[in-house]
Design a protein around this ligand. Structure first.
Ligand code: TRP
Ligand code: SF4
Length: 327
C-alpha cells in the first residue's frame, strides 16, 4: 500500500502561475509515489466572504479545469469537493467540543485575517477555519499533507488536535506530517507577489496573445531606463521567471547581456517567452478541452467525492465508536 497524501485548495477560480508552481505542479508529481486525495475547500471559501457563495460552483469548475490541464488525473488521484463529504463537518463538530477556544485564537492566520480584512466582528467560522482544516485532513488519515510554509501553523494544530482526541478517546488519528513544497519566487507582472487580487497574474488559461503583452509590459530593474543603461538581474522580476523556465545557458546569456547592456529588456523577455510559452501551451490546450465540457468536470468531482466519502464514513464510524456514541 502506498502512503496517502491529502491536500486542498479554496476555489478561487482560474489558477495562476503562482498557484501552479507553488502547489499544483507538486501535487502532479506526488501522483507517481502516493495515493493522492485532492479537494476543493469550498466551505473554507465562505469564511472570509460568504456573499459570493453563488460564484463558488463556477470557480470550482474553472479551477478543476486547470488542475486537470496541469496533469492531475481522476484515474490516479481522488479529486473531490469538501461540501460533498459532509462527514468533514461532523468531525469538525466533534473536534470543536475538545479544543479550547484559546488554541484557535493563537493561530497566527486568524489575527492576520482580521487585520488584513479589517473585520469588526470575525465569524465563528473564521475562528474555526483551522479546526475544519484539521477535520479535512485527519478524516483521511494521511501520512503527508503537501502545503506551503504559510500553512505550517495549521498542520501543527492538526497534530495537536489528533493527539488530544487520541488521549481522550483512544487512538483513531495518526499524526500527519507537512510535506513542504519548495516554492520558487513567482512575481507578478508588477514585481509584487503574484496574486489574483493585485491584478498582476499570468493565468494557466491565458492564451499566447494574452501572455505575450503581459510579459512585454512586465516591470524590470528600474535602473534600466535606456537600452544603454546596465541592469541587475538579481533584482529583476523578469529574471525570477527566467530562473523557473529558462535553461542555464540562455539564462546566463541574458544575465550577462543585462549587466553589460548588451541586450535590451525586450530581447531578454523574448528569450523568456520562448521557454515559458511552450510549457504553458500544453496545459492550456488540455484545460480548454475540459472547460468545453463542464458536465464532465462535475461528474469527475461527484465520482471522486463518492469515493472520498466512503473513506470518510469509515473514519467517522471509528470516531463514534471511540466516543462510545455508536448506538
Ligand atoms: N487552508 C488551505 C489554504 O488556504 C486550504 C485547505 C483547507 C487545506 N483544508 C485543507 C490544505 C486541508 C491542506 C489540507 O491553502
Ligand atoms: Fe530584467 Fe532582463 Fe531587463 Fe535585465 S535585461 S532588467 S534581467 S528584463
Amino acid at each position: 500500500m502506498r502512503d496517502r497524501v491529502l491536500s486542498g485548495m479554496r476555489p478561487t477560480g482560474k489558477v495562476h502561475l503562482g498557484n501552479y508552481l507553488g502547489a499544483i505542479a507538486n501535487w502532479v508529481k506526488l501522483q507517481d509515489d502516493y495515493d493522492c486525495f485532492y479537494f476543493v475547500a469550498d466551505w473554507h471559501a465562505l469564511t472570509d466572504d460568504y456573499s459570493h457563495s453563488k460564484e463558488i460552483p463556477e470557480n470550482t469548475v474553472e479551477m478543476i479545469a486547470d488542475w486537470l490541464g496541469a496533469g492531475l488525473s481522476p484515474e490516479r488521484s481522488t479529486l473531490f469537493v469538501q461540501s460533498l463529504v459532509p462527514e468533514h463537518a461532523e468531525l469538525h463538530l466533534l473536534f470543536s467540543m475538545i479544543i479550547p477556544v484559546s488554541w484557535l485564537e493563537r493561530v497566527p492566520t486568524y489575527k492576520e485575517q482580521i487585520e488584513q480584512l479589517e473585520l469588526q466582528s470575525p465569524s465563528y467560522g473564521l475562528l474555526g477555519y483551522p479546526l475544519l482544516q484539521a477535520a479535512d485532513i485527519l478524516i483521511y488519515k494521511p501520512r503527508y499533507v503537501p502545503v506551503g510554509a504559510d500553512q505550517l501553523p495549521h498542520i501543527e494544530l492538526t497534530r495537536e488536535v489528533a493527539r488530544r482526541f487520541n488521549n481522550a478517546f483512544g487512538p483513531v488519528f495518526p499524526e500527519p506530517d507537512a510535506k513542504l513544497t519548495e516554492i520558487p519566487k513567482v512575481p507578478g507582472t508588477d514585481g509584487r507577489k503574484m496574486s489574483k487580487s493585485y491584478g498582476n497574474a499570468i493565468y494557466l488559461s491565458d492564451p499566447v496573445d494574452v501572455i505575450t503583452p503581459k510579459v512585454k509590459r512586465m516591470m524590470t530593474d528600474p535602473a534600466r531606463k535606456r537600452r544603454s543603461d546596465p541592469g541587475n538581474p538579481e533584482i529583476c522580476p523578469v529574471f525570477d521567471l527566467h530562473r523557473i523556465f529558462t535553461p542555464d545557458g540562455p539564462r546566463e546569456a541574458c544575465a550577462v547581456g543585462c549587466r553589460t547592456a548588451g541586450i535590451g529588456c525586450l530581447d531578454c523577455k523574448a528569450v523568456l517567452l520562448e521557454h515559458l510559452l511552450p510549457r504553458l501551451e500544453g496545459i492550456r490546450e488540455r484545460r480548454q478541452k475540459f472547460i468545453e465540457k463542464p458536465n464532465e468536470i462535475v461528474e469527475i468531482l461527484r465520482e471522486g467525492s463518492k469515493k472520498a466519502r466512503r473513506f470518510a464514513q469509515g473514519t467517522m464510524d471509528e470516531a463514534r465508536r471511540a466516543l462510545g456514541m455508536d448506538l
